[in-house]
Design a protein around this ligand. Structure first.
Ligand SMILES: [Fe+2]
Length: 222
């Protein structure tokens, strides 16, 4: 009998990351921008200055989604909840009925207004399953001088390519590649990623405020 190879690739340890756009949010984003600037002026701010928040960043408290007396917050909360729910159903074995009947989502949610020179240094949200970032305003686009101004940079925790002498991982195809995941913020866009992934925001060098909503989501049993 002639020998032949019977094998297939197995995507071990695949990292579920979703990026996309919530379309039709132009008016909502404008309303959120006005509201957040007003909340900033009213001093609705995080009393604890985290050591990863550097430079010119306004950081709200983590109870943004409880501020549903503001219809704009109620609306974006609903949209973010729908987006997260559909992603959780896609990446897990939960049925929609099970998820709704037996579980609830516990949110920590806040907004940042980042201005010239603002940086969020390396951190993670490993205390929760899912993290999501939604951009209300991406701010000014990057420039030739600062090509990743304000980008979200997410890192692969496996830390491969430690030995530059080993060419084994130097030319991996994109689905297996290492080196980090870079995301350019634009109004209406979002990223969902596992909270354990370390990430940072590259220093923002624009003039227009860059505004984002961040969400940590824990799924708890009722
Ligand atoms: Fe973060």
């Amino acid at each position: 009998m002639q020998q032949r190879l019977n094998a297939k690739p197995k995507p071990c340890f695949a990292t579920p990351v979703l990026e996309g756009t919530i379309e039709g949010t132009e008016q909502l984003n404008k309303a959120l921008t006005s509201l957040f600037l007003k909340m900033e002026a009213d001093n609705y701010k995080n009393k604890t200055r985290l050591n990863t928040t550097l430079g010119n960043i306004f950081d709200s408290p983590g109870d943004l989604f409880k501020q549903i007396q503001h219809p704009e917050v109620a609306e974006i909360r609903k949209l973010i909840n729908l987006t997260l729910t559909s992603w959780i159903l896609e990446t897990s074995t939960f049925t929609e009925a099970e998820l709704k009947a037996n579980h609830y989502f516990e949110y920590e949610s806040w907004f940042h207004i980042t201005r010239f020179g603002g940086t969020k240094s390396l951190h993670h949200h490993g205390q929760c399953g899912w993290s999501m970032v939604y951009y209300v305003d991406g701010g000014d686009p990057p420039t030739e001088e600062y090509p990743r101004s304000g980008f979200l940079q997410v890192y692969d925790p496996r830390r491969i390519r430690q030995n530059p002498e080993d060419q084994g991982f130097m030319r991996l195809k994109p689905m297996f590649d290492y080196g980090g995941y870079s995301f350019r913020p634009e109004a209406g866009k979002f990223v969902i990623f596992p909270g354990y992934l370390e990430h940072e925001v590259i220093t923002y060098f624009g003039q227009k405020p860059r505004i984002m909503i961040a969400v940590n989501c824990m799924i708890r049993k009722k």
